[in-house]
Design a protein around this ligand. Structure first.
Ligand SMILES: Nc1ncnc2c1ncn2[C@@H]1O[C@H](COP(=O)(O)OP(=O)(O)OP(=O)(O)O)[C@@H](O)[C@H]1O
Ligand SMILES: [Mg+2]
Length: 239
């Protein structure tokens, strides 16, 4: 579904990603781990089109995306949440979803369900019912994270990429987000790529885990296999 071929990205003389080769399957739950600065967000930026001046190729359902800007890639079905949530703070939770929905939903795939009803469905899926008509400026941290995921879902993605949606949350809040993401994956069969530093969360979520270190993939396998890879341990703990 998503094919990344020989992707490299330099910032000046610094190599952030080096020759990344990766296939992601439909409906897969993929974890992306790696120490700070290993290139996780940069990889997502290249896939989603926020960065376009990379070397290599990004294919989605057989189409080469290289020449497409971010909003066109979103239209194809690639959606990502940001590490730092960026909602429209002068709008309510619901209004924040109507904007991407207006953009993403074509008249022919409304299937008799209005944009407003679709917003309410996402609000329900993300467990934001009580905040639906509140301004986002008054949201708590976990509500902000849920809204960030809701906004990504409002693009009607085939692939949802979540960039550290759980950072800074309590253990029970982490469980909340985990449950929401697993339910979304099981009910809609969308592919979810989870970038996460919270090992417990990413290991229980993922069917497959990839570990980046200094811009290279150093492990690719089941959570158990990856966690037991000596290079992964070394990347996290140092020599
Ligand atoms: N716009 C940029 N200009 C220059 N260097 C950058 C830029 N964006 C990222 N980098 C560098 O590229 C490397 C990879 O950064 P990236 O944000 O992808 O890491 P990450 O794995 O997401 O880290 P974290 O876990 O801290 O979020 C880092 O060394 C970072 O400083
Ligand atoms: Mg990052």
């Amino acid at each position: 579904m998503l094919e990344i071929k020989n992707l490299s990205k330099n910032f000046g003389g610094f190599t952030a990603l080096s020759d990344i080769l990766l296939n992601v399957e439909p409906g897969e739950r993929l974890g992306l781990i790696g120490p700070n600065g290993s290139g996780k967000t940069t990889l997502i930026n290249c896939i989603s089109g926020l960065i376009q001046d990379y070397q290599g190729e990004v294919y989605f359902n057989g189409e080469n995306l290289n020449s497409l800007v971010a909003h066109k890639r979103a239209r194809r079905g690639i959606s990502r949440s940001f590490q730092i949530p960026k909602p429209f703070t002068s709008m309510t939770v619901r209004q924040n979803l109507l904007i991407p929905l207006e953009y993403a939903v074509r008249a022919d795939d409304l299937q008799g369900i209005s944009i407003e009803e679709q917003a309410d469905k996402i609000i329900d899926d993300l467990d934001l019912n009580e905040k639906s008509n509140q301004l986002t400026s008054g949201l708590t941290q976990i509500e902000m994270r849920k809204l960030e995921l809701a906004r990504a879902m409002a693009v009607k993605p085939k692939v949802l990429i979540s960039d550290e949606a759980m950072a800074g949350l309590s253990s029970s809040e982490v469980d909340d987000i985990l449950k929401i993401l697993i339910t979304l994956n099981e009910t809609t069969r969308i592919t979810i790529i989870m970038i996460e530093h919270i090992m417990r969360a990413v290991m229980s979520f993922s069917e497959r885990v990839i570990c980046l270190d200094a811009g290279r993939i150093i492990a690719n396998g089941t959570p158990d296999e990856v966690i037991k890879t000596p290079a992964v341990e070394k990347a996290y703990l140092g020599e």
